[in-house]
Design a protein around this ligand. Sequence first.
Ligand SMILES: [Zn+2]
Length: 254
Amino acid sequence: MSTISDKPPVALPQELLFQNYTPIPRINLQTVVDNWPEDQVVTWENQVKETIEHNRTVYLHNQEIIDRWLSIFKATGHNPIGSRGGVASWYKEALTALGKPTGIPVSCASDCYSNQTVVLAGQRYDSPMKITGHSPYTLLEVVQKARGIIQHAMETAQKNKTLEARLLGLAPSLNINPSAFSSTSDFLSAISGAAKTRWVESNYPTGTAMDFDGCEYCSEWAVGERRCSCGNRRVSLCVDGDPVIGFHAYPEPH
Ligand SMILES: [Zn+2]
């Protein structure tokens, strides 16, 4: 006596077969920022776009297949739709057994990132959104923004290093003793202040006449004076810069 399971399986016709979704490849954002060349980023994004497009087609196809199976079920006297509790569980199981994929990936967004936290130049960023500050965004934009942050931090660190070395070199000639300070930053700012004072004393000694455009009645101010030459405006000397980029002084009205 033969049973159903003894019979050789019959291949289902093409119009009753579900298609599988292609999973979107997941990436580690930190790895991408640290290691991927830009053309690899672009290639990945293009693949994701193609995959999303493919999955949309698969979704539409599978909707048609579900309709065909429903017709078959109904024709054989089964009516899974409309029964108590919605779709009967045997129907769901049947579809699953037939290879109906679960889940419908329709967009990439942040789901593509296996880890959304990235550390850039010692600063932790919770998500790509916080790096870009706008949406929608591409992975390339995220990566470029992240690399800009790293680059800026490196340049700032290099500038500070150069300035620090210059300040330390000036300390002996300014007679500033490091042992008088409890922290390096206090020591450095004391040197910086002394360097600025010395620069002003040698370039703008008291009595130096300077052009002044902050007064409507006169156009001159002398370093050390509290007011412009006509007495209308209060003025002081403002000094920008540091020992590396150089100093710049100008009269500032108050
Ligand atoms: Zn004046």
